[in-house]
Design a protein around this ligand. Sequence first.
Ligand code: NAD
Length: 429
Amino acid sequence: MSKKQEFNAFSSAQAEFDRIAELIGLEDGARQLLRNPMREYHFNIPVRMDDGSFQVFQGYRVQHNDARGPCKGGIRFHPQETVDTVRALSMWMTWKCAVVDLPLGGGKGGVICDPHHLSPREQEAICRGWVRQVFSNVGPVRDIPAPDVMTTSQHMLWMLDEYEAINGGHYPGTITGKPVGMGGSLGRTQATGYGVVYTLREALKELGIKPQDTTASVQGFGNVSQYAIELYGRLGGKTVSVSCWDQAEEASFCFVKPEGIDLTELQGITDHFGGIDQARAKDLGYKILPGESWISQDVDILLPAALENQINVDNVNMINDRVKVIAEGANGPTAPAADPYLKEKGIFVIPDFLANAGGVTCSYFEQVQSNMNYFWELGEVLSKLDVKMTAAYYAVSDLARKHEVTMRDAGYMLAINRVAMACRDRGWA
Ligand code: NAD
């Protein structure tokens, strides 16, 4: 069995929880409750395929904890989906919602399937079948799904339509990630990238560093990265390198311009998947290096916004001594084993579940607007997002200072304490 197969996301999420539970002296009852999901639904979704045959797809919804409010979390379509991955992701959603103080719990769902090999009609049948299996356990006051890996706003609309058909009414707050104009929120596209920079802005303020005196190297050039670079630039910061995956060459590359990249110019030569055209970038004066070089750039800020496990024990020593802050835009970009090295180097890390929580915060705003059937202007969404992210940043940073722990540990402590408190208040623990 390969190392990858042995890795179990749920065991890893539980180990992290156990470590923090020990640190905060969490009582036994709350530990038992919080280290496992409260409810799980496993079901078969029978689908008549385009060729007339029937195929049965395995579907899941896991509700880790809803003491603070209805569960919230995505539904992913993936051929390698496992119930343990869904369990882990649902637990992480509980902590993420709690750290930004959203009145929501954590959930996650999935279907074992590969949309690449399914027609749109077959995908629609899976979406409607998923809702038929769990409609009485999800919805605006129970559990609000959203898109995730390989699910789109179209999938969300099919699911909503099925839910509304079954329940005989309009319930747009059932699901988020809907297109703008069909119950979606303005600002959702910008939310994660901007949220990362709202927290980065506050971190620099606390460290006594002016954004205009800083430079950054960014891994990834997709949704999170592009909006983060835009706002960081507006604060005066200079992004000097970005990296991306090159589909044709099956490798990643780093595009460097010491005088600062031109965001609009780079966006003009970037495809739908965040891949930059190398030949055209060269013509525009970018130096092209192997992808790993993003981490060793002579910059003040590293902003991983691509994949998990990108800062690990094998490359942590390549980080330039000048780096002062890592703002984790991606989910899980730092391997837990690398954290002690970052601490030793004195690098201030804004952990993923705080830094990239702008996405779920805006999804929460979408749900609120949907429930009211009243939609806010872009400026209103973004200013509310800034208020939430800034407050969350200071709640975590104050705790980190008070207990002399890292921002990551403080974030977990805050989140777990908040959820445990809600459980106690309800008489569950
Ligand atoms: P995206 O698909 O829009 O962009 C991903 C970018 O990463 C692309 O530019 C791609 O070329 C690049 N990339 C892929 N492999 C790479 C590699 N090996 N080296 C360098 N670059 C590589 O994705 P996104 O929505 O921007 O998400 C990025 C990360 O942020 C993911 O970890 C995601 O889970 C996390 N995240 C996203 C959101 C959101 O709202 N989009 C919210 C929370 C967390």
